[in-house]
Design a protein around this ligand. Structure first.
Ligand code: PXP
Length: 249
């Protein structure tokens, strides 16, 4: 793997749906946001269909499958309901995430090591249907090895701990988390896994992660949708794209 390979940007549009759902109407439309994201340089669109449908809806997923020119990365919990939906749509990629009803966002990575058997059986039909299966995990050797054993092709490293430490000014901790991400990206790459990363990334935190040569894709949502209020969605995404490309050079 070389440093010159392009780093892909997946734009997560969940929080366009959060704002829409605050009023229960049709605006703002996540599909329109997805098309603007494509224009702004997104290489993929990410959407998380939660069990409680707090943001993205079933109809959004159906619409995205119809209108997107770039691949859809469908985030979901490892439940029979979500498996059925993924098998119906056969998105380009499925990212398995942990989900708790009471959480505000996806807290921590999936516990793969303790659930190896169940998860291996869970992802097998998704892979057979042609979706690339990614597992969202902490930068933890045990979890990476388990993800590899169950047959995942991709892991997405949770960057939340790094971003939280950075945001709260705990610099030494942020550096420590960054080092863990760097080491674990290299470890996963050596095992033959494709490495993605995401959660909580901003203009201030993206560059060091984007510079890891083994990281092939970043998935970024909440910050970009917030920044779009001030800059507009297309410029907000274009700036993230620019920072990623600059870090990669
Ligand atoms: N990657 C995964 C697996 C996620 O669950 C999320 C949040 O939905 C993201 C990336 C994007 O995180 P954020 O919205 O904080 O940028």
């Amino acid at each position: 793997m070389t440093q010159t390979e392009k780093l892909r940007l997946g734009v997560n549009i969940d929080h366009v749906a959060t704002v829409r759902n605050a009023r229960g109407g049709a605006y703002p439309d996540p599909l329109r946001a997805a098309k603007i994201a494509e224009k702004a340089g997104a290489d993929g669109i990410t959407a998380h269909l939660r069990e409680d449908r707090r943001h993205i809806s079933d109809a959004d997923i159906e619409g995205l499958m119809e209108v997107l020119s770039v691949p859809l990365n469908f985030e979901m919990a490892a439940t029979p309901e979500m498996q059925k939906i993924a098998l119906r749509h056969k998105p380009h990629a499925v990212c398995i995430v942990p989900e708790k009803r009471e959480e505000r966002t996806t807290e921590g990575g999936l516990e793969v090591a303790r659930e190896e058997n169940r998860l291996a059986h869970f992802i097998a039909p998704l892979r057979e249907a042609g979706s690339r299966v990614s597992i969202f995990i902490a930068a933890d050797r045990r979890q990476i090895e388990a993800a590899n054993r169950i047959g995942a092709e991709v892991i997405e490293l949770h960057t939340g701990a790094y971003c939280d430490a950075f945001a709260e000014g705990r610099w030494a901790e942020a550096q420590g988390e960054l080092k863990k991400l760097e080491d674990m990206a290299a470890f996963a790459d050596d095992l033959g896994l494709e490495v993605h990363a995401g959660h909580g990334l901003t203009y201030d935190t993206v560059s060091p992660v984007a510079a890891f040569p083994q990281v092939r894709e970043l998935n970024i949502g909440h910050f970009l949708i917030g920044e779009a209020i001030f800059l507009g969605l297309e410029p907000a995404i274009a700036e993230m794209r620019r920072l990623m490309d600059e870090a990669r050079e």
